[in-house]
Design a protein around this ligand. Sequence first.
Ligand SMILES: Cc1cc2nc3c(=O)[nH]c(=O)nc-3n(C[C@H](O)[C@H](O)[C@H](O)COP(=O)(O)OP(=O)(O)OC[C@H]3O[C@@H](n4cnc5c(N)ncnc54)[C@H](O)[C@@H]3O)c2cc1C
Length: 402
Amino acid sequence: MKTCRIAIIGGGLAGLAAANALRTHGIQAEVFEAAAELGEIGASVNCSPQAVKALHAVGVGPQVDAIGHKSPGPVTRNMITGEFLEYTNRFELAERYGMPYYCFHRADLIDALAEPLDRAHIHLGHRLKSVDVKDTGVSLHFTNGTQVEAEYVIGADGVKSVLRQALYGDDNPTFTGQMVWRALLKAEVVPADCLEPHGHVQWVGPGRHLIAYYIRQNRLVNIVSQVDSDVWEEEGWAIKGDPDLMRASYPDAEPRLVKLLATVKECSKWGLFTRPITNNWGFGRIQLIGDAAHAMVPSVGQGACMAFEDSYILGRWMNKCADPLEAFEHFRAVRIPRVHGVQNLSNSANKFKHMADQEKQKKEIKSGNGTHGKIDWVWGFEPAQDWDKVPTNVPAAYANPA
Ligand SMILES: Cc1cc2nc3c(=O)[nH]c(=O)nc-3n(C[C@H](O)[C@H](O)[C@H](O)COP(=O)(O)OP(=O)(O)OC[C@H]3O[C@@H](n4cnc5c(N)ncnc54)[C@H](O)[C@@H]3O)c2cc1C
């Protein structure tokens, strides 16, 4: 295949969701993914109700409902004293917003997104190396020697996007000064009291936080943590870490957390990279989505959620506008203000979780700026009703005039 109308670069969460969104409108895209296989990622991802609605709307509702673990929501504790700080009841959220809050195993979610797609249009082992943008289309050059002429390109190639680099040059991913420790454990090795009372717990402390919860219908426990760090860590899902160093990142942890960390025999680590908050979401024939457009710190669990919203909304515009260039412009006009707000919210929640001053942290909770900050405007979004509207509900504290 040497030519195509629409190429999607990246077969991750954003790329596959976008391929589904286009499919629901009868638009065939070719997906080019660097990896030799889809979805070999042993980690989890949370998905809030509005993003689950977007997944339903791109046609994978039955698949995600079959694999989603209905999240009870985190009990937040002080990492040092173990003191209870707050509880976000996600079962109540599900009732309020009319859709569950799910935790997924990433590999399961990738499988769910890939299932309705025709594999003949997913080209594995295709790592984009460079692009030439011409008046008539875009030449895509892959490291395996393949060259493809595409009329339009959707860039879903993640935080280190080659397409974004090609368009904007010096707009590089930047190290956030945080590293992530992650472990996936069999549930039977984790003492249940570590995760009580609901099976989903979050410890917050000076310069670090750690979250642990069940996935795959209580068969696995996912641990994910962010730690402020001067060390420049590599980015990636499969970099092996040392469990003793992971434990050493929590020298003053309360007994339940110590007990939980003692069960970790294997872990991975990576440096958190994001992009500056800008309007550099693509132009002309290239539209970026997901982390390629707006990588954010995962402190309110919205990176993938925004990618699912992107995918659905891009599909709607591409269905509505005969000219994809026009569709891309409309897409950016409605998406950028909302996603900038979510990026700012994520940074703000990160500061809350890593506060050294415990009294100040409690005051923040009382004023509604706890674990998720002021987030109703994010979770309450209705993709099917609001896809074509420029958002007017981003709180001033998070609005970004960039
Ligand atoms: C620790 C952590 C926890 C998180 N938790 C949550 C959460 O709970 N909820 C949530 O909503 N978000 C969460 N996120 C954010 C979420 O993981 C990302 O926002 C999401 O994965 C973005 O999807 P994507 O498809 O844009 O990028 P990616 O997932 O990075 O996928 C990019 C794809 O493109 C491919 N690719 C890359 N370069 C090329 C190339 N040159 N050519 C071809 N293919 C290429 C990659 O192989 C990959 O398959 C978390 C992030 C981290 C780091």
